[in-house]
Design a protein around this ligand. Structure first.
Ligand SMILES: Nc1ncnc2c1ncn2[C@@H]1O[C@H](COP(=O)(O)OP(=O)(O)OP(=O)(O)O)[C@@H](O)[C@H]1O
Length: 241
């Protein structure tokens, strides 16, 4: 395995806070659908700086999720380059990408994706177990993450005993537990009413400040766009300004 892929090695160097966290250059992605080639992304350039809240907006089918999957290392581009912490993500093997994903990236989904039989505390703990965090650190890190999302008092509740907004906050605590540098959230407020959606955005702003994480999220909600540091608008596989 390349030396830069070893656990958090990149963080052991003095971090250059002005260098971008992620750079996307000329990304294209097409899918073979029967005998047809469907070109979904048609040349995307993008930069995610550190400790920023970046939003992708665009109509259904414009290619937002396809791009998020590439940024998160869940998929490979047909052409173009992706640099994560300055290193060529697009040249990595599946195993290398999985390793980076586990160490450096957290995911939040529209549907919360919590384990239903586990309490909030156990759900967050599971993320640390998966990331290979030493067991001795679990208790304090879980407590810290649940406190950051305002759920210290509900840590022993299971998902069905929590509101939608609370479940999404557990999902955020779970996604940041292993100290990722990038958090990807696909429509994180879509299932929530506007008040709960606003709470989620306020939690995002506070974890950007305290955990030095960059958040890239998709949304259809125009009221939420106001809190973004940068908004990319996608139309038919391209960014428009
Ligand atoms: N694996 C795949 N195979 C074939 N077509 C795909 C695949 N993944 C995505 N597509 C197509 O790519 C287009 C863009 O899909 P994508 O999910 O990225 O859009 P989106 O902007 O995220 O939409 P939404 O807001 O509804 O989630 C759609 O036409 C979709 O059917």
């Amino acid at each position: 395995m390349a030396s830069w892929l070893r656990k958090k090695e990149v963080h052991n160097k003095a971090p250059d806070l002005d260098s971008p966290l992620l750079t996307v250059k000329g990304i294209e992605r097409s899918f073979q659908v029967g005998s047809q080639k469907l070109q979904v992304l048609k040349g995307i350039d993008m930069e995610l700086k550190r400790s920023q809240l970046v939003m992708l907006r665009g109509r259904s089918g414009s290619g937002k999720t396809t791009l998020m999957n590439l940024i998160g290392g869940l998929d490979e581009p047909s052409s173009g380059e992706i640099f994560f912490l300055g290193h060529p993500f697009h040249k990595c093997s599946d195993d290398q990408r999985t390793h980076i994903r586990r160490q450096e990236i957290g995911f939040i989904f529209q549907s919360f994706a919590l384990m239903p039989l586990l309490s909030a505390r156990e759900n967050v703990e599971l993320a640390l177990r998966m990331a290979g965090t030493p067991r001795s650190q679990w208790k304090s890190r879980v407590a810290h993450c649940l406190e950051l999302v305002g759920l210290s008092k509900r840590m022993n509740h299971r998902p069905f005993e929590l509101s939608g907004g609370e479940q999404q906050r557990v999902a955020i605590a779970k996604a940041i537990a292993h100290r990722p540098s990038l958090l990807l959230a696909d429509e994180p407020t879509a299932e929530l009413d506007s008040q709960m959606g606003a709470q989620i955005m306020s939690v995002f702003q506070s974890i950007i400040a305290t955990e030095q994480v960059t958040i890239c999220m998709t949304t259809h909600d125009p009221t939420i766009l106001e809190v973004a540091d940068h908004v990319y608008e996608m139309v038919d596989g391209r960014f428009v300004s």
